[in-house]
Design a protein around this ligand. Structure first.
Ligand SMILES: [Zn+2]
Ligand SMILES: [Zn+2]
Length: 806
């Protein structure tokens, strides 16, 4: 065999990264592009540890898709930036005793270097950081737009407070009643905070999910988070004439309501508490105040509560029922009061059992012990409604009570308004000025940004007031309306506001006088493809949709959905366990890139499993990918040496030709569907076929190099050049296939579920059971009948039939 130079990824990858920069390969003409394709991936938060393998997995998958679209002839814009504000960065800075304003740029430098190394097709002209005043000027501008539209308001609200970290914690940061970071028991505090009225948009946010192309899992998470429930508000009157309103999704069970429970903070509690119960009620209220909201919501195993010594009338039975207070009822949800139906609600049942309160069954559910929550039974002990099926009874009872003004049909959402205040330092200051004369005045747009001052004492303290309040020079300001003495809002905004609009900024980063340029926005938005993690399904993706709707309503945008297509990627685990610092199994990508090269590492990550499901990182597999790339390297050198098109094909043409067309068809479809692992497997099969047949002509390897380009961009560029091409491989068109050749040798098989014919599928003749079953299970027509059930048995007759028994 002829002497082939060795494959040296390190020098070759550095060469192509430099070449891309010099040639502006990854910089589309944003104004003149004819087929714009906006390929977005969730931007990272630049931690001190650098990019971890999970980031790399997500970015590689998104980059492959962008490069694939580029080869299909699109003008692909693939930007990157840094989500650099927020509590994680700030806490790390506190720990190191360095101001985050100094620390974060260092982290960003490290991230930038890593992102270049792995070969992302980034347009670095449009890099952004949320901490840049040129960026957060517009984050503040968005706040002002919402404020002017009446969609931002301030109210006193209960928050989780960590006394050690001296900060408000999000619910997600409270684990079993303790601070996620330091383990201290979390308390409850009441603070004045800014909120956005996202609940006004609940119905639209829900309806809009039906029209967008998102991963089903993401849509489900978001639907559950919005949590629409239909029901009614019922009124329970006290002898003193107070009307206690409760929301229930089961008005059909009102005859079984044997007591009421109010939140300990409910405004009626003081007035309704009987004199002899006052000490017990006060003591209980104090006890609850020290608890965090999360454990209150989840509920302790032992229920606690106090009878307040008074009664209200059940609107259906007319009976006087006792009023209690208990910590599991929260003021933030519903009306802050519930009717307890212990026979048909698990929590009420436990409470009633513990405190010996009456339990009255009102739904007959034969054979099911109490508490029974089924809605399939008929009513009993319910007066004129006895015998009516539950589902019908609800509307009838609401109508009957409504005649006396004691019921109103109501839709309720689990979603609550978005609290955007943070009593911390590291965020964009909320652009509001408080004046004694004028009240809360937004900072005029020409005075934006309200820059975050560089201060030494950025540590939070016990007061629950942002450290910015201690900075007098910054804090005191003239009122923009009356020029009188005024003071600034000292809260900064939530990082989720920073990331709710970054996709709008990327194409317009060079404009200082507008957040997003109308022409650029028209050309590039909404985003063509968005790929990211499902951990952001309910916050980031919901907030981004909300902000987009608001800006659209206010006339700033012509569309109200930022990401019509979203795909959630899977997660990488290590030897079966989630990667975490405490387990010590975190994979640092740099080491692997250094040892194997970025191309091998990219393909290895994609070969671990289906991109949308994730996979298990095991060191031993990586060498297989490297060997595959070496085979391609050798094949292409051999083909290049043979010279002219078609030479060397010989007798193998028919078989290999069919294989080529079949491979192109499969790699095209799989790459489009983000099924990168099977696309890689198809390329491997093709390479083996070429080697077995001793066939390696230019016309057989050229399409392979192009198909490989999204996966191993540096190697593909180098091979392309070695085949005598002078332009980037990414200027080449994606190979097309001849359907007749691609499907030569295909067979149609029958697909049965439990013996019934449910679908037909075309597969290559001779395909094995495992691969056929995988395809069958991906077929929507089959999925419906399998319905997530495990397979009990598979009957497989090659080239003819599959029968799934579930
Ligand atoms: Zn803490
Ligand atoms: Zn004023």
């Amino acid at each position: 065999m002829r002497n082939i130079p060795s494959y040296d990824p390190q020098s070759l990858e550095a060469k192509w990264q430099a070449r891309w920069t010099e040639r502006h390969t990854n910089e589309p003409d944003l104004d003149r592009a004819t087929r714009p394709f906006y390929n977005l991936m969730m931007f990272p938060y630049p931690s001190a540890e650098g990019l971890h393998v999970g980031n790399m997995f997500a970015f590689t998958g998104a980059d492959i898709y962008g490069r694939f679209k580029r080869l299909q002839g699109f003008d692909v814009f693939e930007p990157i930036g840094f989500d650099a504000f927020g509590i994680h960065s700030e806490n790390y800075a506190l720990q190191r005793g360095i101001n985050p304003a100094e620390l974060i740029p260092q982290n960003i430098d490290a991230f930038r270097r890593q992102l270049r190394q792995f070969g992302g097709m980034y347009d670095w002209r449009h890099e952004l950081s949320t901490t840049d005043p040129a960026y957060y000027k517009w984050t503040q501008w968005i706040f002002v737009q919402l404020f002017k539209a009446g969609l931002a308001y301030k109210k006193r609200a209960a928050v989780n407070w960590c006394p050690k970290d001296k900060t408000v914690l999000a619910n997600e940061q409270v684990i079993d009643g303790h601070c996620e970071r330091c383990g201290t028991a979390v308390e409850q505090r009441f603070l004045d905070q800014w909120f956005f009225r996202i609940t006004d948009f609940a119905e639209r946010l829900l309806a809009n999910l039906d029209n967008i192309d998102w991963s089903a899992s993401t849509k489900t998470l978001q639907r559950n988070w919005i949590g629409r429930s239909e029901g009614a508000e019922l009124v329970f009157e006290t002898p003193s004439g107070k009307k206690i309103t409760v929301f229930t999704t089961r008005p059909d069970t009102v005859f079984g309501a044997t007591y009421l429970v109010l939140a300990p903070e409910h405004p009626f509690v003081d007035d309704l508490t009987a004199v002899e119960q006052r000490p017990a009620v006060k003591a209980y209220q104090r006890e609850v105040q020290a608890k965090d909201i999360v454990s209150r919501r989840v509920g302790d195993k032992t229920k606690t509560g106090v009878f307040i010594g008074s009664y209200a009338r059940n609107p259906a039975t007319g009976e006087a029922i006792p009023i209690w207070i208990a910590d599991y009822v929260l003021m933030e949800y519903g009306t802050g009061a519930i009717m307890a139906v212990p026979a048909h609600d698990k929590r009420d049942f436990e409470f009633a059992t513990q405190f010996k309160l009456p339990i009255r069954q009102v739904v007959a559910t034969p054979g099911e012990p109490l508490p029974s929550v089924s809605e399939d039974g008929k009513l009993m002990n319910s007066g004129a409604f006895d015998g009516v099926p539950c589902r019908e009874a609800a509307a009838k009872i609401v109508a009957w009570l409504a005649e006396r003004g004691l019921a109103t049909p109501r839709v309720q959402y689990r979603l609550h308004d978005w609290c955007i205040s943070r009593q911390r330092y590291w965020g964009p200051p909320i652009p509001i000025i408080y004046c004694e004369q004028c009240g809360a005045v937004p900072v005029p747009e020409q005075d934006l940004p309200v820059e975050l001052p560089l201060i030494e004492d950025f540590r939070p303290d016990d007061t629950g007031v942002s450290p910015l309040a201690r900075h007098e020079e910054w804090y005191f300001v003239k009122c923009p309306q009356c020029r009188g003495q005024a003071r600034r809002e000292t809260d900064v905004s939530d990082t989720f506001l920073d990331s709710a609009w970054y996709h709008l900024r990327y194409p317009s980063t060079e404009f200082d006088d507008r957040p997003f340029d109308p022409a650029r926005t028209k050309k590039w938005l909404p985003v063509s493809s968005y790929i990211g993690g499902n951990e952001h399904a309910v916050l980031h993706l919901l907030y981004a949709r909300f902000i987009c709707m608001v800006l659209s309503d206010l006339g700033h945008l012509q569309f109200d959905t930022p990401y019509p297509k979203f795909r959630a990627h899977g997660l990488i685990v290590k030897d079966g366990a989630k990667m975490s610092k405490s387990r010590g199994n975190v994979v640092v990508p740099d080491k692997y890139i250094k040892e194997w090269g970025a191309d091998t590492f990219r393909m290895y990550l994609m070969f671990l499993g289906p991109f949308q499901e994730g996979g298990d990182f095991r060191d031993e597999g990586i060498v297989g990918i490297r060997r595959f790339l070496e085979k391609v390297w050798a094949l292409v050198h051999e083909a290049a040496a043979k010279g002219g098109e078609g030479a060397g094909a010989g007798a193998a043409t028919d078989v290999v030709g069919q294989k080529l067309h079949r491979t192109i068809r499969k790699v095209t479809a799989d790459t489009e569907a983000l099924q990168y692992n099977t696309a890689i497997a198809a390329m491997m099969e093709y390479v083996n076929e070429l080697r077995e047949q001793g066939a390696g002509s230019r016309e057989l390897v050229k399409p392979l190099v192009i198909m490989l380009a999204p996966y191993a961009p540096h190697l593909a560029e180098e091979l392309w050049e070695r085949m005598g091409q002078t332009e980037s491989v990414f200027q080449a068109p994606w190979p097309s296939f001849d359907e007749r050749l691609a499907s030569a040798g295909d067979v149609e098989i029958a697909v049965q579920v439990n013996g019934k014919l449910r679908s037909r599928l075309v597969v290559p003749r001779g395909m094995g059971e495992k691969e056929v079953v995988a395809r069958v299970l991906a077929d929507e027509a089959v999925k419906r009948f399998v319905d997530g059930n495990p397979l009990k048995k598979v009957i497989f007759v090659q080239d003819r039939l599959v029968n799934l028994v579930v």
